[in-house]
Design a protein around this ligand. Structure first.
Ligand code: G1P
Length: 296
């Protein structure tokens, strides 16, 4: 694959949350290991990183999430034995063997900015990507691959965005934008960022979804970021600090359908969509869903 990725090889996957929106399942299982149809939520993030040409994963975990950590460290013969003759064996093994995974812990839930800061030593000074695995995007070209190509043309900070209707915007980081002026109309220049605004104060209807590209200097900005919304250290606030200090900042309205799989209804929607889009099971999945509806 000839990707343009502006020299980026690392993806930070943020999976240190406690999964409170998914209780009681998450009393026993990390949310990121819950399957969306037959693959754990985390698998989609690993696959997106690998299919975007990235090779090094920094997984932000937390105490009590050993099950998830074991999942990403399975390799080689152990993995082959576990998969046996399963139809996906070669693909899963190919994926896992293409990635080097470093695990770091976020020991206290102090916010998304704080979670990303835990990757500072593992990432170093270089630019890197971030994936929030709750946000799963079904796209022909992986979202990160789309964003890395835009990054190669416009160095700086990049965030994935989509249009969000009505009051729901207050659950997001929101960007104020102007046209970036290039050929790709999906790329906007960001002129302001705010985390979880009141709907009346939102600067636009463009909400940030869980895909980012950062320069290594973001870690210094996070260290200088005071607690914000929900009294947590917000990555949106750290980006706004860097933007005001002169870092070019872009929003990218990606192609693809995004699912918020981090809550039960969003998860249901994602599972149905992924089952329907899988040629091997789509017909049966459709029949099952129609039957469930007709019984209502
Ligand atoms: C986080 C970010 C927010 C972003 C969202 C995307 O919020 O803080 O800016 O819009 O992820 O899913 P959370 O959903 O963790 O509250």
């Amino acid at each position: 694959m000839s990707e343009r990725r502006g020299g980026i090889s690392k993806a930070v996957i943020v999976a240190g949350g406690r999964g409170t929106r998914f209780l009681p399942a998450t009393l026993a299982i990390p949310k990121e290991i819950l399957p969306i149809f037959d693959r754990p939520m985390l698998f989609y993030a690993l696959e997106e990183a690998a299919n975007s040409g990235l090779t090094e994963i920094v997984l932000i975990s937390a105490p009590g999430k050993a099950v998830m950590e074991n999942y990403v460290t399975l390799r080689g013969e152990e993995l082959a034995r576990a998969l046996g003759e399963h139809a996906s064996a070669a693909a899963v093994q190919g994926l896992m063997d293409s990635l080097r995974v470093t695990i770091v812990h976020q020991n206290e839930p102090l916010g998304l900015g704080h979670a990303i800061l835990q990757a500072a030593d593992a990432v170093g000074d270089e630019a890197f990507a971030v994936i929030l695995p709750d946000d799963i995007v079904n796209a022909e070209t992986p979202v990160l691959a789309q964003m890395l190509a835009a990054y190669a043309d416009h160095p700086g900070i990049h965030v994935g965005v989509e249009h969000v209707a009505g009051e729901a915007i207050s659950a997001y980081g929101v960007v104020d934008v102007e046209p970036a002026g290039g050929d790709d109309k999906r790329v906007y220049r960001v002129t302001g960022l705010v985390e979880k605004p009141d709907p009346d104060d939102a600067p636009s209807d463009l909400g940030i979804v869980g895909r980012y590209i950062f320069p290594g200097s973001i870690f210094d900005a996070i260290r200088r970021t005071p607690p914000g919304a929900k009294d947590e250290i917000q990555i949106t606030d750290a980006m706004e600090i860097q933007r005001r200090e002169g870092t070019p900042t872009f929003a990218f309205a990606f192609d693809g359908v995004r699912y918020d799989a981090g809550n039960p209804l969003g998860h249901l929607r994602a599972a149905a969509a992924f089952a329907l889009s899988r040629p091997d099971v789509s017909e049966e999945a459709r029949a099952i869903l129609e039957e469930a509806l007709s019984r209502e």
